[in-house]
Write a protein that binds this ligand. Structure first.
Ligand SMILES: [Zn+2]
Length: 270
C-alpha cells in the first residue's frame, strides 16, 4: 500500500526515518514550517530555515524515493513577538512560486493571545492575497476547543477564503466536527504523548467517516515517529476495513487536498 504523510517535520528526523517511510510505502510528505524547539533570534534565521525546507529536505527525501513539499509561515509559538513576525512574513511572498511550496502553514494559535491572533490574521491575509492553500495548527489540550473556534470564525468571516482549501490540523474528538461541518478538511495527528493514539484515530474515522480527513504523524524533535501513521493504518485494517478504504484515507485524501495546488503531481488511485 502507498502512503502520504501530510504533516511531518523532516528537518528533525534521521535518515533511518526516511528509510523506514520508504520501506512502508510512503511516497510523499508535506512539511509545514513550525517552532524549532527554541525561539529564533532574527528573521534571517527563518530565511535559512525556509531554504532548508525548500532546497535541502526535498533532496534528502528524493534519495529514498519520497517526494517532499513544504509550507511557509511564522508559527504561533513565536508569533508573540509581532515585530519579528512581520519581518518574517515579509520574506514569504517572493518564495510562494517555488515548486516545492504548497501554501501558508502551519499557522494558527498556541495560547490564544491577542498577539497570536494578530499574526494569524496577517498570514491569512497573505494566503488570501496570493490564493494559497492554508494548513492550520490548533492549540494543544485545554486551549484546543477555544483556539479552534477562534481560528474557524476568523476564516469563515473572510469571504475570500474557500474552506475546502484549508486543512484544520490536530483535531480531536471535541473539535473534529467544528472543522469539517464548516467545510474545512480535518487533520488527525497521531502523536500519542500529547495528541491522538492510533486507536482513537481509528475510532474517529469510524464515527465521523473518512471524507475530507487527512491522517499524519507530525513527527518532529519530540517523542513522535513516522510509524504512528502506518500503525494507524494497521489499526484501521485490523478492524476489518478494506485496503481500498485505507487507501482513501492514507493516500487519496491527501492527494485531493494537496492536488488543489498545481504543483502537487500525485493523483488519487481509482
Ligand atoms: Zn507540526
Amino acid at each position: 500500500m502507498r502512503f502520504i504523510d501530510p504533516h511531518i517535520h523532516c528537518v528533525s528526523r534521521t535518515t533511518d526515518d526516511y528509510q523506514y517511510m520508504a520501506r512502508c510505502g510512503v511516497v510523499a510528505v508535506s512539511e509545514p514550517a513550525f517552532w524549532a524547539g527554541y525561539d529564533r533570534s532574527s528573521a534571517s534565521s527563518f530565511a535559512d530555515y525556509f531554504r532548508h525546507l525548500m532546497e535541502v529536505e526535498p533532496k534528502r527525501a528524493a534519495r529514498y524515493g519520497i517526494d517532499h513539499y513544504c509550507w511557509l509561515c511564522i508559527n504561533a509559538k513565536e508569533a508573540e513577538d509581532v515585530q519579528l513576525s512581520r519581518e518574517v512574513i515579509k520574506l514569504i511572498p517572493p518564495l510562494l512560486d517555488h515548486p516545492r511550496v504548497l501554501g501558508i502553514g502551519e499557522i494558527g494559535l498556541n495560547k490564544n493571545t491577542r498577539n497570536e491572533i494578530t499574526v494569524f490574521e496577517e498570514q491569512v491575509e497573505i494566503a488570501a492575497k496570493y490564493d494559497q492553500l492554508i494548513l492550520i495548527h490548533t492549540p494543544h489540550l485545554e486551549d484546543k476547543h477555544k483556539g479552534t473556534s477562534i481560528i474557524t470564525s476568523i476564516l469563515k468571516n473572510d469571504k475570500r477564503i474557500k474552506p475546502e482549501r484549508v486543512l484544520v490540523d490536530h483535531c480531536e474528538e471535541h473539535t473534529f466536527r467544528m472543522a469539517r461541518e464548516n467545510g474545512f478538511w480535518a487533520g488527525l495527528t497521531i502523536y500519542p504523548v500529547s495528541k491522538v493514539t492510533p486507536q482513537r484515530a481509528a475510532d474517529m474515522l469510524e464515527v465521523f467517516g473518512t471524507k475530507m480527513v487527512c491522517v499524519n504523524s507530525a513527527s518532529d524533535w519530540g517523542e513522535s515517529g513516522p510509524n504512528y501513521l502506518t500503525d494507524t493504518c494497521l489499526e484501521f485494517r485490523r478492524r476489518g476495513h478494506s485496503e481500498a478504504e485505507a487507501t482513501e484515507v492514507f493516500y487519496n485524501n491527501p492527494c485531493r487536498f494537496f492536488g488543489q495546488s498545481a504543483k502537487w503531481k500525485l493523483k488519487p488511485i481509482a
